[in-house]
Design a protein. Structure first.
Length: 625
């Protein structure tokens, strides 16, 4: 007996078959997307946790340096050459913060503690030299041991008298204090983190709570724990650290596959590295895959509905999980106030959320109250914007637009605001009023500044690039008055090509970065410092008009000597050592050139003479030499 299906039944069977096939295919697609989503979410969580730790450590060190700054003020009026007066002031100082010891160190590196005891001389320490030379606080780049052979990290803050560094105050943090900041276990206790310096030296690690792990090389650890070749991982991390970049990669260790995620810490040139077993992500993926296969045996309609619900809940759960683990989300929402300034009443009325500007919901203010309470929150460099606004009102110009930085009440930090207004007649004919808006344009302005900085800066050193240097230097010289003095330095690294060819481009890049940092220490922020490309740098100095020619010559000579001294470095590997020095050509404005091109040619000519005479030196341009 044959059973013939009706057309309607056939359609239902076909529909069910299509539905099951569709749901099955959808489940496989869902599984693939779920696995990718888990991987992406895990990486996002890792980087957010790294950011949380970075902010915690930045705040910690900032607080400690602020405490040292407060202590340094005690010595601003003390005769540092009077040992008795100095010792009396030191011993009256009490311990602060988490510091194990506090002491004062003179320019010779001799250190006296708050107990009046002599501590180890730190003259040969890099952080001591950097603090004395730059006048800025420093943090040691590795763990040291004190007189009791206890591991410590040293912070140093310069003591200035008459605008020059005369001494410094130091504080030491014990390794136990530092390790407490790093004690949290994450990802079910299976992960751990390192803090390393730019050269790979381990400063902190939370892998073993019972054992201190420091002053060993992270690259040696990677190589010793590798199951296969580890050179790619090591070279990749080194290259990214040179470029100040974040990234992650998988690594085949002897015990298991691991995931390395690393990012700049924002202190010194330190990096934070998270190490997570790759099995953590695989287990998460396997759990999702199991439930997908279970669902394949259910009824088509139930499978379809369940997938929709599960997928929706999964996305929602992922979003909630990310929100809970994120430490801070910056508030960059666009905020706008509408205002009306009534001249006759000397009164301003606002519409909108006034909290972010005034810290209150009040909408009506007198102009005198605004000036007294809120004018001081405008950045000093931008107060001219309101002066221009008042001038617009006085001269009855129809429209005005300007931007300024304002210390807001949400976060108490400077943000960029744009004020726009139009001058109109009041409806009753009794005078004028200004109607306009104040808008939070912080994100837009910062983005524009970032794009400008990227366009103007050398990617490797962060100094001005050749194009930006030429533009800015020409502008400075064109606007210079007759009695304005300037000097142009052209600096060339000797034997740099040999470093690249023999030791490799990674070492070459390190040499360029090192030279850029030293230039930033030798010259000030007001000087134009640039990398022209390759191993060539260019610097333009501007001098105050009241300086004598002799003083200017002495300053330039000291700078040139420092360049030759500090840029003289030896770079080496297991087989080869290469000495890199500096050749420097110098020209004066306006004596050696009345414009940028002439000045550059003069300095380049002086540099050529140095190169011809054996390199490693400096020379002033001489017209007939």
């Amino acid at each position: 007996m044959r059973v013939k299906l009706s057309s309607r039944s056939t359609k239902i069977v076909l529909l069910v078959f299509i539905l099951v096939a569709f749901v099955t295919a959808s489940l496989f697609v869902f599984r693939l997307k779920s696995l990718q989503l888990i991987s992406d979410t895990s990486m996002q969580n890792i980087f957010e946790i790294q950011e949380m730790y970075a902010q915690t450590l930045q705040t910690k060190f900032s607080d400690q340096l602020n405490m040292l700054e407060a202590q340094a003020r005690y010595f601003e009026n003390v005769d540092l050459n009077n040992e008795e007066a100095l010792k009396k002031t030191i011993t009256s100082t009490k311990g602060i913060g988490d510091f194990k010891k506090i002491g004062v160190v003179n320019k010779s590196g001799a250190t006296t503690s708050t107990e009046g005891k002599n501590l180890s001389n730190i003259y040969n320490k890099t952080y001591f030299f950097d603090a004395i030379k730059s006048g800025k606080p420093q943090i040691s780049n590795r763990i040291e041991v004190d007189e009791n052979l206890d591991p410590i990290l040293t912070l140093i803050y310069p003591i200035k008298q008459e605008d020059s560094v005369k001494a410094a105050i130091i504080g030491t943090l014990s390794y136990d204090v530092l390790k407490n900041l790093f004690a949290v276990s994450l990802f079910s206790g299976e992960s751990y983190m390192y803090i390393i310096s730019a050269d790979g030296n381990v400063i902190l690690c939370n892998r073993d709570k019972k054992r201190n792990l420091y002053n060993i090389n992270i690259y040696d650890l990677i190589q010793n724990s590798a199951k296969t070749e580890s050179e790619y991982v090591i070279n990749k991390i080194r290259a990214d650290i040179i470029k100040n970049q974040s990234d992650f990669m998988t690594f085949n260790a002897k015990d298991s596959y691991k995931l390395f995620a690393y990012a700049p810490l924002g202190i010194n040139n330190w990096y934070i590295i998270s190490v997570i077993p790759y099995s953590y992500i695989v287990q998460k993926q396997a759990a999702i895959g199991f439930w997908v296969y279970v669902l394949l045996g259910a009824i088509a309609f139930t499978i379809t509905m369940f997938i929709l619900v599960l997928y929706g809940l999964f996305k929602k759960n992922t979003s909630i999980e990310k929100d809970n683990e994120r430490l801070t989300i910056a508030n960059n929402q666009s905020q706008t106030l509408i205002f009306e300034y009534d001249f006759s009443r000397q009164q301003i009325t606002f519409s909108g959320d006034t909290q972010f500007i005034f810290g209150t919901d009040q909408k009506v203010f007198s102009i005198d109250f605004i000036r007294a309470e809120y004018y001081k929150r405008i950045h000093n460099d931008d107060k001219k914007v309101l002066t221009e606004l008042l001038e617009t009102i006085k001269t009855s110009l129809p429209d005005f637009t300007g931007e300024f930085r304002y210390k807001n009440f949400i976060g108490n930090e400077y943000i960029w605001l744009r004020i726009s207004g139009s001058l109109l007649d009041k409806e009753d004919g009794s005078g004028k009023k200004l109607i306009g808006t104040i808008t939070n344009v912080n994100s837009q302005v910062l983005h524009e500044q970032e794009l400008k900085s990227i366009a103007e800066r050398d990617k490797l050193t962060g100094l001005l690039n050749k194009t930006a240097m030429e533009q800015q230097a020409r502008a400075v010289l064109e606007q210079a008055s007759e009695d304005q003095k300037c000097a142009l330095f052209i600096i060339d690294l000797d034997n740099f090509k040999k470093v690249n060819d023999t030791l490799g481009h990674l070492v070459g890049d390190m040499a360029i970065v090192d030279a850029g940092k030293k230039l930033s220490l030798i010259f000030s922020e007001k000087d134009l410092i640039s990398r022209f490309g390759g191993d060539e740098f260019c610097v333009l100095l501007r001098f105050r008009k009241n300086l004598s020619t002799e003083t200017i010559t002495n300053i330039i000579t000291e700078k040139a000597q420092n360049l030759c001294t500090f840029l003289h470095e030896v770079y080496f590997d297991d087989n080869t050592a290469i000495s890199v020095s500096a050749s420097v050509g110098i020209a004066f404005f306006p004596e050696n050139g009345s414009n940028y091109n002439e000045l550059f040619d003069a300095a380049d000519s002086a540099l050529y003479k140095v190169k011809a005479n054996g390199k490693n030196g400096y020379k002033f341009f001489e017209k007939n030499a």
